[in-house]
Design a binder for this molecule. Structure first.
Ligand SMILES: Cc1ncc(COP(=O)(O)O)c(C=O)c1O
Length: 485
C-alpha cells in the first residue's frame, strides 16, 4: 500500500516559477503592534500520505489545521480585517458581523480578540457544539439560526447577518462570500506557500467550496504561477457545485452532514470556471475517509478533510501517470470528536455498523457485549452512578451483576432518593434502583416497544440470558428516521 520512499521528497521542478513570485505576501501580522499569536497564522506544514494506495501519484496533506484558530479560515479572517482597517471601514474598537459555518467565526474571533474588536456571529444550528463553545470562549457573541432554510428565507444565516450589520451603528459586515480580500489571501499567500513547499511542482490541488475563496484564490494563483496545476473540487452529496462544474446544470440542493463545504448557490467569490473537475462525495464516504486518515496517518482533520481526502484518493487512483497532488486538511478534528470520531454518533447517523440483523439489535446504538454501555454495579454508590450518567450524557443506567441486569437506575429514582437528604448520595445503587425490568427478546416485534415506552419505561434487549443493551424512545425515533433513507 505504501508509496516508495523515492517519492517522499518534493522533487525539483522542470519549470519552476520564479523564486520571487513564491514569496509569501502575508497580511501585516508581524508588525510591532499586533499580538504575536497572529504571526502564527500560515506557514503550515505539508506532509506526504504514505499508508494509502494513491495509484501512481504522490499525495500531500496541507495541514491548515495547524493555524492557531485551527483552520484555513484564520488566513482570510486576518486578511479581511486588515483590508477593512486599511480601507477605513473598520475603526478601532468597532463591531464586526459575520455569517459563518464556524471556522471563519473562529478565525475572526481570534483576530478580533487580539485586536480589540466586538464580534457578532450568525451560525446555522447544525454546527458542532465544540465550535460554538470555542467562539463564545473567545468572546464572540453568537446568534444561532436554522440550517434548513436557503437563501432568500428570512431566517437564512447570511441574510440575518446582513440585517444585523445594517442595524448596528458603524458595524462591518465581513461577508466572506463576496469580500475580495478572501480569495486574495489565498492568491497572494496560501497559493505561493504551497508552490514553494512543493518546489514549484504541483499537478493537482484538491479543495472544497464553501465561500469559494480557496478555489478562486488558489486557482488564480496557479493560473499565473503554475498553469499546469488542475483545481479539483470535492463536493458533498446534496451540494449543487459538482453538477455545475461537470455538466453546467444547477440542480436542487439537498442536505449534508459535512461542515464548511458544499453550497446551495454559487457565491460571488466562487469562480467555478477555475475548477477542472469535481467529485461528489457522500457523507458516509467522506467521514469514513477522515477516520481512516487519522487511524493510518495520525492526521486529525475535520469532516471536510475527509471529503477532500476521499476525492484525492479517487483522483490519484484513476491517473495514468505519476502526479503530485495536494489536498487540504482545512480544519482540525478536535471540533468533531463527539461527531465523526464517535462510533455511537456514526452508528446513530447510519454511517457505520451497517451489519443489520432484521431485529431489535439494529436499534441498539450501544451494545453491552461490545463494552459500549455505561453501567453500574449494585454496590456502587449513587454518587458514582450520577457522575457516570453526567459523563455519558444518559438519563438511566443498567445495574449489572456480572453479565446479568439486576436493575435499572434512572434520574427520577435518583432524585426521589436524595431530594430530602443529599447525604443519601452515599447509599448503594440497590437502595434506589428499580428491579422491575422490561426485558425484551431481541427477536420481538417493534410493536412491543411502544407499549413499554407508553408506560415511561425503558426496554432491555436480551439474547436469552445475555443482556445486549437499552432502548429508549430516541433509539426508536433514530431507527424510524434511518428508514426514511
Ligand atoms: C472546514 C472548511 N470550511 C470552509 C471551507 C471552504 O473554503 P472556502 O470558504 O474558501 O470555499 C473548507 C474547504 O477548504 C473547509 O474545509
Amino acid at each position: 500500500m505504501a508509496n516508495s520512499p523515492s517519492k517522499s521528497q518534493p522533487k525539483a521542478a522542470a519549470s519552476k516559477p520564479k523564486a520571487a513570485a513564491l514569496t509569501n505576501q502575508r497580511p501585516d501580522a508581524e508588525s510591532e503592534t499586533t499580538p504575536a499569536v497572529l504571526a502564527l497564522i500560515g506557514n503550515t506544514p505539508l506532509v506526504r500520505i504514505s499508508k494509502f494506495d494513491t495509484g501512481p501519484c504522490t499525495l500531500f496533506a496541507k495541514l491548515e489545521s495547524q493555524n492557531p484558530g485551527g483552520s484555513i479560515k484564520d488566513r482570510i479572517a486576518l486578511a479581511m480585517i486588515e483590508a477593512a482597517e486599511r480601507a477605513g471601514t473598520l475603526l478601532p474598537g468597532g463591531t464586526i458581523v459575520e455569517a459563518t459555518a464556524g471556522n471563519t467565526g473562529l478565525g475572526l474571533a481570534l483576530v478580533a480578540a487580539a485586536k480589540g474588536y466586538r464580534l457578532i456571529l450568525v451560525i446555522p444550528d447544525k454546527m458542532a457544539v465544540e465550535k460554538i463553545n470555542h467562539l463564545r470562549a473567545l468572546g464572540a457573541e453568537t446568534r444561532i439560526t436554522r440550517s434548513d432554510v436557503g437563501k432568500g428565507h428570512p431566517d437564512y444565516y447570511q441574510d440575518i447577518a446582513e440585517r444585523l450589520a445594517k442595524e448596528t451603528l458603524g458595524a462591518l459586515y465581513v461577508n466572506q462570500f463576496a469580500n475580495p480580500a478572501n480569495p486574495q489571501a489565498h492568491e497572494d499567500w496560501t497559493g505561493p506557500e504551497i508552490l514553494r513547499q512543493m518546489d514549484g511542482d504541483l499537478d493537482a490541488m484538491i479543495v472544497g467550496v464553501g465561500s469559494g475563496g480557496t478555489l478562486t484564490g488558489l486557482g488564480r494563483c496557479f493560473q499565473k504561477l503554475s498553469p499546469k496545476t488542475k483545481m479539483i473540487v470535492a463536493d458533498p452529496a446534496g451540494s449543487v457545485i459538482r453538477d455545475i462544474v461537470e455538466t453546467g446544470t444547477h440542480g436542487e440542493a439537498g442536505s449534508w452532514v459535512v461542515e464548511g463545504i458544499g453550497e446551495d448557490f454559487v457565491p460571488p467569490n466562487c469562480d467555478l470556471s477555475l475548477a477542472h473537475h469535481a467529485y461528489t462525495i457522500s457523507d458516509a464516504e467522506g467521514l469514513t475517509a477522515g477516520r481512516e486518515l487519522l487511524r493510518h496517518e495520525g492526521i486529525l482533520g475535520g469532516s471536510s478533510t475527509g471529503t477532500m481526502f476521499a476525492a484525492a484518493l479517487r483522483y490519484c487512483r484513476t491517473r495514468a501517470t505519476a502526479e503530485r497532488v495536494v489536498f487540504l486538511v482545512a480544519d482540525t478534528g478536535n471540533k468533531y470528536l463527539s461527531k465523526m470520531y464517535n462510533d455511537a454518533w456514526m452508528a446513530d447517523q447510519g454511517f457505520i455498523g451497517a451489519d443489520r440483523h432484521g431485529d431489535l439489535r439494529d436499534l441498539l446504538a450501544r451494545r453491552y457485549d461490545r463494552g459500549q454501555v455505561v453501567a453500574v454495579a449494585p454496590t456502587d454508590t449513587l454518587l458514582t452512578a450520577f457522575k457516570r450518567m453526567r459523563i455519558a450524557d444518559v438519563s438511566q443506567l443498567p445495574v449489572m451483576q456480572g453479565d446479568h441486569v439486576v436493575g435499572l437506575l434512572d434520574e427520577s429514582d435518583l432524585l426521589l432518593h436524595v431530594q430530602e437528604d443529599p447525604a443519601r448520595f452515599r447509599d448503594a445503587v440497590t437502595t434506589a434502583m428499580t428491579a422491575r425490568l422490561e426485558t425484551v427478546p431481541m427477536n420481538a416485534p417493534l410493536s412491543v416497544l411502544s407499549g413499554i415506552f407508553d408506560r415511561n419505561l425503558v426496554a432491555l434487549v436480551v439474547d436469552g440470558e445475555r443482556f445486549l443493551g437499552l432502548l429508549t424512545r430516541v433509539d426508536l425515533l433514530n431507527h424510524l428516521r434511518r428508514r426514511l433513507g
